[in-house]
Design a binder for this molecule. Structure first.
Ligand SMILES: [Zn+2]
Length: 120
């Protein structure tokens, strides 16, 4: 590849920095809109994967994800808090929560608060 002048390199770098700034704005908008959707979603399109033993001392927790808004939650301990609501009883009785592979749950989730609900 032919060398470019310092002036052209500087211009190119400015263009790259402008693109990075646009990406940051889009990321912030994406996080805001997904957060809003996850706040108002009734979470009625939920799938679940089972826990996964890793070695004799540890396992990945069972996990649910709402296919409509992408929020996901681990099921250890006291169980689900967000993907369990007052309809949980009805969901279990009337609607089957499909058990799927962990890969599908990972594909469907949208992680915007990595320090939040997730433990992996
Ligand atoms: Zn939802």
């Amino acid at each position: 590849m032919a060398k470019i002048s310092a002036r052209d390199a500087h211009k190119k770098r400015r263009a790259i920095n402008n693109l990075k700034a646009k990406i940051d704005i889009l990321k912030a908008r994406f996080n805001e809109e997904v957060t809003q959707l996850q706040r108002v979603c009734p979470h009625e399109n939920v799938i679940e994967c089972d826990y996964q033993p890793m070695n004799p001392d540890s396992a990945l927790p069972p996990k649910r994800v709402c296919r409509d808004c992408g929020i996901s939650e681990d099921g250890w301990g006291s169980g689900y808090k967000i993907l369990r609501n007052k309809r949980e009883h009805d969901l279990k009785l009337r609607l089957h929560i499909p058990m799927v592979s962990r890969e599908i749950v990972y594909e469907e989730r949208i992680m915007i608060h990595p320090e939040g609900l997730e433990t992996e």
